[in-house]
Structure formats: structure tokens, C-alpha cells
Design a protein around this ligand. Structure first.
Ligand SMILES: Cc1cc2nc3c(=O)[nH]c(=O)nc-3n(C[C@H](O)[C@H](O)[C@H](O)COP(=O)(O)O)c2cc1C
Length: 171
């Protein structure tokens, strides 16, 4: 089976995390910038897909990332990803943007769900300090939120714990 790691970034932090995740999941392919993907059917060629997305469009209802993900959301929703597993990680700042922490994850999650993907890699919100996040779906985050601005000292533990979880849920 193959798993691909894809990301978009504005200042490089999501790319850095994608590379660190690849170091923990060395059988995964990538990481690859989603803006370098010419044909989105490439995603359907994998058994599993891991996507990294930062939040920049603070408070927006739509196009919350401010990256290349925003312009392909609807195209993702039209893919047939039934039988595929998809996990999302998000970059944000839980201190400065505590009302909108990692909001963009939920938008990507929703379009992948629309494509029929089986979503994995949810994270309990108990170890996070924030006021609001659109990415809390039910009682959990719909992916892994990471904060390289205010809580970078927690990233190693969060990322390695998530990688272990994905080994069980996706690989
Ligand atoms: C203008 C601006 C707006 C931002 N808006 C949000 C936000 O609404 N929610 C959030 O969690 N983080 C927000 N952030 C923090 C970024 O998501 C964070 O710095 C992230 O690590 C950037 O990832 P990148 O380097 O991959 O682009 C914002 C940062 C800036 C500078």
C-alpha cells in the first residue's frame, strides 16, 4: 500500500512538519507541495493521504488556509476517494489566534469526507489551550493541530504520538 504526504505553506512551517512526519513514517511518499500536483487524481492513486494545512484567513467561513488548498477544495470534493484513508494536520497559533485555532483543518476535512474518504487521525482537545476552533468536530479535533508559534516545545511529542496512531489507523 502507499501513503502520500501533501502540504501547502506560506512561511515554511507546515513543510517543515511534513518533513518531520515523513521521518517518523518513512514508508510514506513525499512530502510534496500540493501546488506542484497538476492532476488531483494523483491523490486517488494512494491508499492513504496525509495533508498539512496552515490557517491564515482568520475568521473566514471559507478559504481559511490562504494557501493553494483553498482553490482546490471543490475539486477534492468531486474525487472518488471511497476506500481511501485520509488524515489531516494543521498549523496555527493557539495564543494569538485563540478564537480561530487551526480553523482550516475542518474545511479540508469536510471536502475529503465529501469525496468519500475514511477520515482518521482525530485528536483529543484536552491537551490544548484555546478558546474556539472550527476544527473541533464533535468532541475531538478532526486532525492533529500543531502550534510552532506558541507551543513548539510540544510538537515533538504531539507529532510522534500522532505518527504512532496513524501506523495503527492508516498503514
Ligand atoms: C496574518 C496571520 C493570520 C493568521 N491567522 C491564524 C488563524 O486564524 N488561526 C491560527 O490558528 N493561526 C493563524 N496564524 C498562524 C499561522 O497559521 C502559523 O504561523 C502557521 O505556523 C503558519 O504556517 P506556514 O508557515 O506553513 O504558513 C496566522 C498568522 C498570521 C501571520
Amino acid at each position: 500500500m502507499t501513503v502520500g504526504i501533501y502540504f501547502a505553506t506560506t512561511t515554511g512551517k507546515t513543510e517543515d512538519i511534513a518533513e518531520r512526519l515523513h521521518g517518523l513514517l518513512d514508508s510514506a511518499e513525499g512530502p510534496k507541495d500540493i501546488s506542484d500536483v497538476d492532476d488531483l487524481s494523483e491523490l486517488a492513486g494512494h491508499d492513504g493521504v496525509i495533508c498539512g494545512i496552515p490557517t491564515w484567513n482568520t475568521g473566514a467561513d471559507s478559504e481559511r488556509s490562504g494557501t493553494a488548498w483553498d482553490s482546490i477544495l471543490e475539486d477534492i470534493g468531486e474525487l472518488d476517494l471511497s476506500g481511501k484513508k485520509v488524515a489531516i494536520f494543521g498549523l496555527g497559533d493557539s495564543s494569538t489566534y485563540t478564537e480561530n485555532y487551526c480553523d482550516a483543518m475542518e474545511e479540508l476535512h469536510r471536502y475529503f469526507q465529501q469525496a468519500g474518504a475514511s477520515m482518521v487521525g482525530y485528536t483529543a482537545k484536552t491537551d490544548y489551550t484555546f478558546d474556539e476552533s472550527k476544527s473541533v468536530v464533535g468532541e475531538e479535533f478532526c486532525g492533529l493541530p500543531l502550534d510552532e508559534d506558541s507551543e513548539s516545545d510540544m510538537t515533538d511529542e504531539r507529532l510522534s504520538g500522532w505518527a504512532e496512531k496513524l501506523k495503527g489507523e492508516m498503514f
